[in-house]
Design a protein around this ligand. Structure first.
Ligand code: PLP
Length: 449
């Protein structure tokens, strides 16, 4: 056999379509269908992708809820390039580098209250798993070793680690993976179809938080470590929290010594018009998991913000030695930190969180204009997020995928979960582009069965 070329030339852009697509086992993708008819993206700038065929695609989902400042921002690219040439990698186990500390400090100024200790990870899933581990370890080091239960919520999405899928509540993401973590329970979700077409937060449903009292009665508070929720459930199809719901969860957690974790992987960095949802709702959780918008999606990075009191208890409990045996090779990676700092500079200088807040009434008005569009059974929104739920077609999710495909062909990138179209555009979106999103959706919905 002739030796095979182990480092073949990269294909030119135009030949991507003819490439062998088999080796990449793509995530959360119907690989058979995708490879038969690939949707290929080859470039991006500001609000648009360029598809392989050369046409522009308006990005109505900020990539995957992450490109909040728009695509290919020169300032971030420069920061990444310069950092890679200055300090490409530095271990963060027992060594440090200045950018990691600078970034941690900068994040604390964006976070409410005393959420001022930052643990770095590389993704939302890792941030969630880190937060769950910190919660368990916190109770252990403070003499409450029986507090090992974790409470999530039905329909919750917390990434794909074993911790995240255990507390998560999306059945399809769990069913192939065995028994997961033990001792996990779930709150009911907050979706109420009788409140269809509610604008912003539903005014009823706060009482759903009281289910936590039921779980406390069932398991006893002394066995419960933490509750984790997304302040606005995103991936399940956009469920804004009922008015007062998060406040009620906070009260119950405080009363019973249970830690409250907000998974702000989607809601962080301006999506709801404030730096974090915790600020928008005026609720101080004990930990915040973040990722995505932290680096504008340019370099993977996640983080957990921890209230100072928790961190202090760890230090008090360990006279010397490593107080938290946890971390990743790439925790606080210098190039990711450089990307994050440049991203935060853009958010501040262009006042993008305020911009998201200012444009969200126009966004709400426009998306609710689809109320009479074909197949639409509900529209939910808050900040710069909207979910447009369609009546299921022949099979759950099939109509959603057809809409996604037609939108792509019509120059619009949307995300679908099941039969709900999720919109979460970059925060730099213009009103004319909002109109384009809505008009394209209206046309596509009129066309699909
Ligand atoms: N948590 C939430 C709320 C998310 O929406 C996501 C991703 O969409 C994650 C966690 C997981 O993040 P990642 O895909 O970066 O692991």
């Amino acid at each position: 056999m002739p030796p095979r070329d182990r480092f073949p030339e990269a294909p030119s852009m135009s030949s991507y379509r003819n490439n062998d697509l088999d080796p990449w086992w793509m995530p959360f993708t119907d690989n058979r269908k995708f490879k038969a008819a690939p949707r290929m993206l080859v470039a991006a700038k500001d609000m648009h992708y360029t598809a392989a065929d050369g046409y522009l695609v308006l990005d109505a989902t900020a990539g995957l809820w992450c490109v909040n400042a728009g695509h290919a921002r020169a300032r971030i690219a420069q920061a990444v390039g310069e950092q890679a040439l200055t300090l490409d990698f530095a271990p963060s186990f027992q060594f440090g580098h200045p950018l990691g500390f600078t970034l941690a400090s900068r994040l604390t100024t964006l976070l409410p209250g005393d959420l001022n200790r930052i643990f770095f990870a590389n993704s939302g899933s890792e941030a969630v798993d880190s937060a769950l581990k910190i919660a368990l370890a916190y109770h252990r080091v403070t003499g409450n070793a029986a507090r090992t239960r974790l409470i999530g919520r039905e329909r919750g999405y917390h990434g794909v680690g074993f911790g995240g899928i255990s507390v998560g509540g999306i059945p399809g993401n769990r069913k192939l993976y065995g028994t997961m973590l033990g001792g996990v329970d779930h709150l009911p979700h907050t979706h109420d179809p009788s409140r269809a077409f509610t604008r912003g937060q539903p005014t009823t449903g706060m009482h759903l938080a009281d289910a936590l009292e039921g779980l406390v009665a069932l398991h006893d508070a002394s066995t419960i470590a933490a509750v984790i929720v997304e302040p606005l459930a995103g991936s399940t199809g956009v469920l804004p929290p009922p008015v007062g719901y998060l406040q009620r969860l906070r009260e119950i957690c405080t009363r019973h010594g249970i830690l409250l974790i907000f998974d702000e992987v989607i809601t962080g960095f301006g999506r709801l018009g404030t730096a974090f949802a915790a600020e928008r709702f005026g609720v101080l959780p004990d930990m915040v998991a973040m990722a995505k918008g932290l680096t504008n999606g340019v370099i993977p990075m996640g983080a957990v913000a921890v209230r100072q009191g928790l961190y202090d208890r760890f230090l008090e409990a360990s006279a010397d030695g490593i107080e938290l045996p946890h971390g990743y090779t790439y925790s606080g990676h210098p190039v990711a930190a450089a990307a994050a700092l440049a991203t935060l500079d853009i958010y501040r200088e262009e006042a993008l969180f305020e911009r998201a807040d200012a444009i969200s009434p126009a966004f709400e008005q426009a998306v609710h204009g689809l109320r009479d569009a074909r197949h639409v059974i509900d529209i939910r929104n808050l900040g710069l997020v909207a979910g447009i739920e369609l009546a299921p077609g022949t099979k759950p999710g099939a109509r959603g995928m057809t809409v996604l495909q037609h939108c792509f062909e019509a120059g619009l990138l949307v995300r679908v979960t099941g039969d709900t179209i999720a919109l979460s555009p970059p925060l730099i979106i213009e009103e004319s582009q909002i109109d384009q999103i809505v008009q394209t959706l209206r046309d596509v919905l009129a066309m699909v069965d």
